[in-house]
Design a protein around this ligand. Structure first.
Ligand SMILES: *Cc1c(COP(=O)(O)O)cnc(C)c1O
Length: 356
């Protein structure tokens, strides 16, 4: 059954929190807008999505999310331009990926129409929450988890789909030094690394904490089999510039297919930058760092867009990258992708999505 935005019921809050928010001083993802979208899966079908006040969710202790971790999410953003028009960036790709994750975790897929119309109804209700100040946006978190009951290790029969939003300033992480990880793995062949499954992140916290104790901010994961090839960072794909070539590794069932990653590849090609999608050996990075051909490394993902990496640690050595590089790819590519997102540049690839 299809729904239209106007058919989605909206229960408005009586206590808006918007007057407590300093929109010129936003942190990242820590204040939540007044409403959320909820949609329940029961008796073999998704029920009608509805917009309700942001509120706690009450669950039975035997809900399967607590025991078996059936939980997936997405991360996307909404932008408001100077004319107060609301834009999103490739939201249908997020919907497709949410369903890929759902399938892998034996969670029922959410129809595109419920996802998109639900999202639009929510954004219209809380449009005042979408910041307009430069670099700011509404970070949007769709997620689905198992609410069905039972200590039996099998898929739940009930689920909840929720979308919340957090007005957020630009994601500034300071200088990022990363550690190339050789002991722990983020994902394995045939596993769930390509999915945005909650457990993928829980499994990273401990090794990341060990890296932080050594003075690094993030971990670069390597392949689980040989640990010889770099794969990706916590919630970002990784790019490397050697001389003037921009490299990133191919996606696989271990690596998440980032929307920022594939957009950056397209823009780089459009800029005439030579790109290569291939496996990247840690040893190649070490050699390139030593002979000076390693110019840049950066992470790419929705939250930070592009997050420059200052250097990496491997075994007992640190390899620092050049600072104040002229014609940095990271700066150029971030500029181009964000001007499309904020409706400040021509959208030649048809990525922008107008919320109306
Ligand atoms: C979300 C995520 C990314 C980035 O994906 P985008 O679609 O660009 O936001 C990359 N790697 C992992 C592991 C992620 O969870």
């Amino acid at each position: 059954m299809d729904v239209t935005t106007n058919q989605i019921s909206v229960e408005k809050t009586k206590n808006t929190k918007i007057n407590d928010v300093d929109f010129n001083n936003l942190s990242f993802g820590s204040i939540y807008m007044d409403h959320m979208l909820v949609c329940d899966y029961k008796n073999g079908a998704w029920e009608a999505p509805k917009v309700v006040p942001y509120q706690p969710i009450s669950l039975d202790p035997s809900a399967k999310i607590f025991h078996y971790g059936q939980s997936i999410f997405e991360g996307m953003k909404a932008y408001k331009d100077e004319q107060d028009t609301i834009w999103m960036f490739r939201p249908l790709d997020n919907h497709k990926r949410l369903n890929l994750s759902a399938k892998r975790l034996a969670i029922p897929e959410i129809p595109e129409n419920y996802f998109m119309e639900g999202l639009k109804a929510l954004l219209k209700t809380d449009s005042d929450w979408i910041p307009q100040s430069p670099g700011s946006s509404l970070y949007i978190r769709p997620f689905i988890f198992a609410t069905g009951l039972g200590f039996h290790a099998s898929p739940a029969d009930e689920y909840k789909f929720v979308i919340c939003g957090a007005p957020s300033g630009s994601y500034f992480s300071g200088e990022v030094k990363v550690l190339i990880e050789e002991t722990y793995s983020r994902s394995a062949n045939g596993g769930v690394g390509f999915a945005k499954a909650g457990g993928n992140y829980a499994g990273q916290f401990y090794p990341t904490k060990l890296a932080q104790d050594k003075g690094y901010q993030q971990v670069i994961w390597t392949d689980d089999n040989t640990h010889e090839y770099i794969e990706e960072a916590g919630a970002m794909n990784v790019f490397v510039r050697i001389n003037d070539t921009l490299l990133t590794c191919p996606t696989s069932d271990r690596i998440l297919d980032g929307i920022t990653r594939k957009s950056i590849l397209k823009i780089a090609e459009d800029e005439g930058i030579k790109t290569e999608v291939r496996k990247i050996k840690v040893q190649e990075l070490v050699d390139a760092a030593k002979d000076g051909s390693l110019k840049e490394m950066f992470g790419a993902g929705t939250a930070a867009v592009i997050s420059p990496i200052a250097g990496f640690g491997f075994r007992d050595n640190d390899y620092m990258l050049p600072t104040n590089l002229e014609n940095s790819y990271a700066t150029l590519l971030k500029d181009r992708i964000t001007s499309i997102q904020y409706n400040k540049a021509e959208d030649k690839f048809g990525w922008r999505f107008k919320v109306e």
